[in-house]
Unconditional design. Structure first.
Length: 117
């Protein structure tokens, strides 16, 4: 069982920045594609950003392009999400996602991000 440990959430003002981290804490776990999803109040979970297993390829939701940056430390098996120019609509629980294959994936426990205007 692969375990994902998230950190870095918090409460900030609009325009501020936050950095989320997601570490795969399972010793010996192989590299995986990783990503972030979020679920706002009363909303469905939605895709935010993803990065390939090697870290060479990234993609973003249109709503965060130019403001959020996903990166990965392959050696540490840790993904990061730097969120700049935060907006109230970015509020939600952010979940880390690790994908090993079409049928094998894991989720973190979620970390709360609250952006006030």
């Amino acid at each position: 069982q692969v375990q994902l440990v998230e950190s870095g959430g918090g409460s900030v003002q609009a325009g501020d920045s936050l950095k989320l981290s997601c570490a795969i804490s399972t010793p010996g776990a192989t590299r995986s594609a990783m990503g972030w999803f979020r679920q706002g109040p009363g909303k469905e979970r939605e895709f935010v950003a993803a990065i390939s297993a090697s870290g060479s390829s990234t993609r973003y939701a249109d709503s965060v392009k130019g403001r959020f940056t996903i990166s990965k430390d392959v050696a540490l098996n840790t993904a990061y999400l730097v969120m700049n120019s935060l907006k109230p609509e970015d509020t939600g629980v952010y979940y880390c996602h690790a994908v090993y294959s079409k049928t094998v994936d894991y989720w973190g426990q979620g970390t709360q991000v609250t952006v006030s205007s």
